[in-house]
Design a protein around this ligand. Structure first.
Ligand code: SAM
Length: 237
C-alpha cells in the first residue's frame, strides 16, 4: 500500500483495529513511507509563517510521531527542541532521525510540562482528539508555554461539497464511527471534527489569543479561499 516500503493492506487493517497508541507502535517503522506523515510543503509553509512571528528559543512538537515537526522547530528555534508522543514506537523512530532532540513519552491530554517552551507546534494529530478532549489538550499546551509563547498548527479548510475530497473525508469519518461503535479498543481519527472556528473558540477558552493566517503557498480553492491556514495562538501574558 502507498509505496513498496510502506505498510501492506493487511498491516494497515491490523493497525486500524488496534488502539491509537498501539496502532502507531505497529506502524512506526513504515510510517515515513505513508501519506500520514505531514508533507514537506506543509512543514515548509508553516516554518515560513512562523519565521515572520518573531524569534523563539525552546520548542515543543506535540504528537511528534517520527519527528516531522521537529525540523520546523529546528529552523525557527534557537534553543532546545522536544518531541512528545504517547507511542513508544514512533518516539524510537524520531530519536533515530533526530538524535539531538529531547523526547518525552506522554499523553497529550495530560502534558507534563510547566511554563517551559516559547513555541509549541502540532502536525497531523488534531483528528485523534474528540471535541470534548480539546480543552484538556489546549490547557496542557497552555501550561507548557511561557507567558507570550505561541502554539501553532496548520488546519486544512473544508473542501467544497462538489470535490472528491469532501466525499472521501465524509466516508472515512462515517466508516470510523461504525468501526468505533462495534469494535474495542476505539481508534479515534476523524477528519471533520476539528473545524477552525471551534478550535479558535476552545483556544480562547484555554487562555490564548487565537487567530489564523492563510498559508498561500499551499494553494486555494476555486472560491479563492486558502486550502490551508495556520492557527496561531499566543498565551496571554
Ligand atoms: C498522524 S501521526 C502525525 C505524526 C507527526 N506529527 C507528523 O506530522 O508526521 C499522529 C501522531 O499523534 C500521536 N498521538 C495521537 N494521540 C495522542 C495522544 N493522546 N497523546 C500523544 N500522542 C498522540 C500518535 O502516536 C502519532 O504519532
Amino acid at each position: 500500500m502507498f509505496s513498496p516500503r510502506g505498510p501492506s493492506l493487511g498491516e494497515l487493517c491490523v493497525q486500524a483495529l488496534s488502539s491509537v497508541e498501539h496502532g502507531y507502535d505497529l506502524l512506526a517503522p513504515k510510517f515515513d513511507h505513508t501519506p500520514f506523515r505531514t508533507p514537506r510543503s506543509i512543514l515548509d509553509a508553516t516554518a515560513e509563517a512562523l519565521s515572520g512571528l518573531g524569534t523563539f528559543d525552546t520548542g515543543l512538537d506535540v504528537c511528534c510521531g517520527t519527528g516531522a515537526g521537529l525540523g520546523v522547530l529546528r529552523s525557527v528555534c534557537g534553543g532546545r527542541i522536544t518531541g512528545v508522543d504517547f507511542s513508544g514506537g514512533m518516539i524510537t523512530q524520531a530519536r533515530a532521525a533526530q538524535p539531538d532532540a529531547t523526547f518525552v513519552r506522554a499523553d497529550a491530554r495530560a502534558l507534563p510540562f510547566d511554563a517551559h517552551f516559547d513555541l509549541a507546534v502540532s502536525f497531523g494529530a488534531l483528528g485523534h482528539f474528540l471535541p470534548a478532549e480539546r480543552p484538556a489538550l489546549f490547557a496542557g499546551v497552555h501550561r507548557a508555554l511561557r507567558p507570550g509563547g505561541v502554539f501553532a498548527f496548520p488546519v486544512g479548510s473544508p473542501p467544497p461539497r462538489t470535490s472528491v475530497a469532501h466525499w472521501v473525508t465524509l466516508g472515512f469519518d462515517a466508516a470510523m464511527r461504525v468501526r468505533n461503535a462495534v469494535w474495542r479498543p476505539p481508534f479515534v481519527m476523524y477528519y471533520r471534527t476539528n473545524p477552525l472556528s471551534e478550535n479558535l473558540v476552545d483556544l480562547t477558552a484555554a487562555g490564548f489569543s487565537a487567530e489564523s493566517l492563510d498559508l498561500p503557498t499551499l494553494g486555494h480553492h476555486p472560491d479563492g479561499s486558502a486550502r490551508c491556514r495556520l492557527v496561531v495562538a499566543r498565551k496571554r501574558a
